[in-house]
Ligand binder design. Structure first.
Ligand SMILES: *Cc1c(COP(=O)(O)O)cnc(C)c1O
Length: 403
């Protein structure tokens, strides 16, 4: 019999009653170290007092008014995002997929407004993930998400990951732009090298097409920069953001240059809830924390330390971990055992992580954790790897005994 909640998720049998910083607590009081952070959402941990205060303060004023009126919180947050980034203008959404929907529509409209409506294709890379709406599953191009949902929306040719020759060759008279994640998250923490990002920016400029970046997972300090493209010293024309922007409150945004947004005039796009006063209040508080001058140096320092410790762990357990990849506190362990085994072993140690494509386990801790939390994480990782490694030893011995 079907469950009252539509069974679209393969959920772990685990539930939490409350959170405190990097900890999630069950009703029985068991404490889990949260190195998944709701998949890179809870960038400032759980129940951060500044975020709780921002939400409760706004909750007593006004929750919703509709975008048929001015929303001061939107104007303030948009101004801050514009001041902190390449962008001149921002559209607010409730999720990452919606931020990408806006980005896709904007890229198409840009060319239509410029008299080239035949330019509607966004070239993507294999392993991409842009959300679960019909347009974003077409953009992601992954068979497992497309199957059974009718013909994929046209306009998303795909090239192999990191293949710049194929990317260059794919640019044609129908190309509106290139849509990529600077670091693929769901795809397995696959980093596009900085020089490749710079080359891709150049390709877009030469062809007169738009660079659209999906920074839904990489954004708001995750990689040690406010946005990952800053690592390469380039800027996009359009960018989707969500996940950490609300620190756990659902909110997304599509940022763009004035030029890229030229087609998006009144009536071309909208959302009932997008830019809701509650979301704006929390996201503004998130930006206060993210723009504090001590924040990014802290992420970089911890990212380097964690990476070093993980490299030592990989050396110690080469049968479990093949390599460490990523930037800042967006790190992946490429596994030699099924990644699900490591996620499960860590859960037994009361540490939460997230699986990804390419047999990777993602470590996405809150960005404001302390060094003591890293040490705790390493103890749990060490025990989980030792357990898996011992199991491998026994299996090898058992196989040897049989033959
Ligand atoms: C999570 C994610 C999305 C989709 O965000 P939703 O809020 O789930 O719609 C899109 N792109 C990337 C890179 C993501 O990590």
């Amino acid at each position: 019999m079907i469950t009252p909640v539509l069974p679209t998720y393969a959920r772990a049998d685990l539930e939490f009653e409350r959170g405190e910083g990097p900890w999630l607590l069950t009703a029985k009081g068991e404490r889990y170290l949260d190195f998944g952070a709701g998949i890179a959402v809870n960038a400032f941990g759980h129940a951060h007092p500044r975020l709780v205060a921002a939400l409760t303060e706004q909750a007593q004023k006004v929750w919703h008014t509709s975008n048929i009126y001015r929303i001061p919180g939107q104007e303030r947050l948009a101004r801050r995002l514009v001041d902190a980034t390449f962008a001149d203008t921002v559209f607010f959404t409730n999720s990452g997929a919606e931020a990408l929907e806006c980005a896709i529509k904007m890229a198409r409209k840009y060319h239509a407004a410029g008299g080239a409506p035949e330019r509607y294709e966004l070239i993507t890379m294999e392993g991409a993930f842009h959300g679960r709406t019909l347009a974003t599953i077409a953009a992601g191009g992954q068979a497992k998400y497309l199957e059974g949902f009718g013909p994929a929306m046209p306009g998303f040719p795909q090239v192999p990951f990191g293949d710049l020759k194929a990317l260059q060759a794919a640019i044609g008279p129908a190309t509106a732009g290139i849509l990529i994640e600077p670091i693929q998250g769901e795809g397995g923490i696959r980093v596009i090298p900085n020089e490749d990002l710079r080359r891709i920016r150049q390709m877009c400029d030469e062809a007169g097409i738009l660079l659209v970046l999906d920074e839904v997972q990489t954004g708001i300090g995750r990689t040690g920069k406010l946005f990952a493209h800053e690592l390469a010293g380039i800027t996009p024309d359009i960018m989707g953001v969500a996940k950490a922007l609300g620190g756990g409150f659902p909110v997304g945004a599509c940022l763009a240059t004035e030029a890229a947004a030229r087609g998006m005039v009144a009536g071309t796009h909208g959302s009932t809830f997008g830019g809701n006063p509650l979301a704006m209040a929390v996201a503004s508080a998130v930006m206060d924390l993210a723009l504090d001058e001590t924040f990014l140096p802290h992420v970089n320092m911890l990212g380097l330390k964690l990476r070093q410790k993980l490299a030592m762990l990989a050396d110690q357990y080469p049968r479990v971990i093949e390599s460490v990849r990523g930037e800042g506190l967006m790190l992946g362990l490429k596994c030699r055992v099924p990644n699900t085994d490591l996620v499960a072993a860590l859960r037994e140690e009361k540490m939460l992580t997230v699986g990804a494509g390419d047999n990777v386990v993602r470590l996405l801790p809150p960005l404001n954790i302390g060094e003591a939390h890293l040490d705790e994480a390493m103890e749990k990782l060490g025990r989980a790897c030792a357990k898996i490694d011992t199991g491998l030893g026994n299996e090898a011995a058992a196989a040897g005994a049989k033959s």
